[in-house]
Design a protein around this ligand. Sequence first.
Ligand code: SIN
Ligand code: FE2
Length: 215
Amino acid sequence: MTGDLLAGLMTASVEDLADGAVLLRGFAVAEAPALLAEITAIAEAAPFRHLITPGGFRMSVAMTNCGAVGWISDRRGYRYGADDPETGCPWPAMSPLFRDLAGRAAQAAGFSGFAPEACLINRYAPGARLTLHQDRDEGNLSHPIVSVSLGVPATFLFGGLDRKDKPRRFRVDHGDVAVWGGPSRLAFHGVDALKQGHHDLTGQLRYNLTFRKAL
Ligand code: SIN
Ligand code: FE2
């Protein structure tokens, strides 16, 4: 396939979520096997765990991080930290593969110069969900969030700036990348309970990489 044809197909697969928010269909399909291999390596050093919310609930989504800082939650609150509280060691480094993909996706969505320090890695088993929330623990809200879906498809909920705004529902498939910034940076979003499913690369699981400019 020629470069032009490929570029045309990629242009055709951009879907608007809201002002400042797009879904890049299939943007990460080619890199997906390498991304998943890296998730496995990261999880050997920094295992997936179910974090406790400040209110005392155990999250159904299992999480880990890579990058200079990682997102954590416990009874004391939500925050970014340089060390994994489970191991006491720094989070595994963010590889060029991860960083470049995030930068290219942000660029394709119209946000240049995206250089994230943090990548939260979410693992969804059947039934796991993420209630509507804003990503607002980052020190710098002028950069977007870049969110990569891998494995079993899920329903991504994308609402407005008010928790009460009714979210729109989007199916996110393996390799899809959502980017939200600018007027949508603080939009409420979440993920419906994962349905039973199968993907050849992840079995019954869905993974999500969320890149943030945290510092
Ligand atoms: C998140 O909001 O951090 C994750 C969204 C997703 O799993 O698609
Ligand atoms: Fe989020």
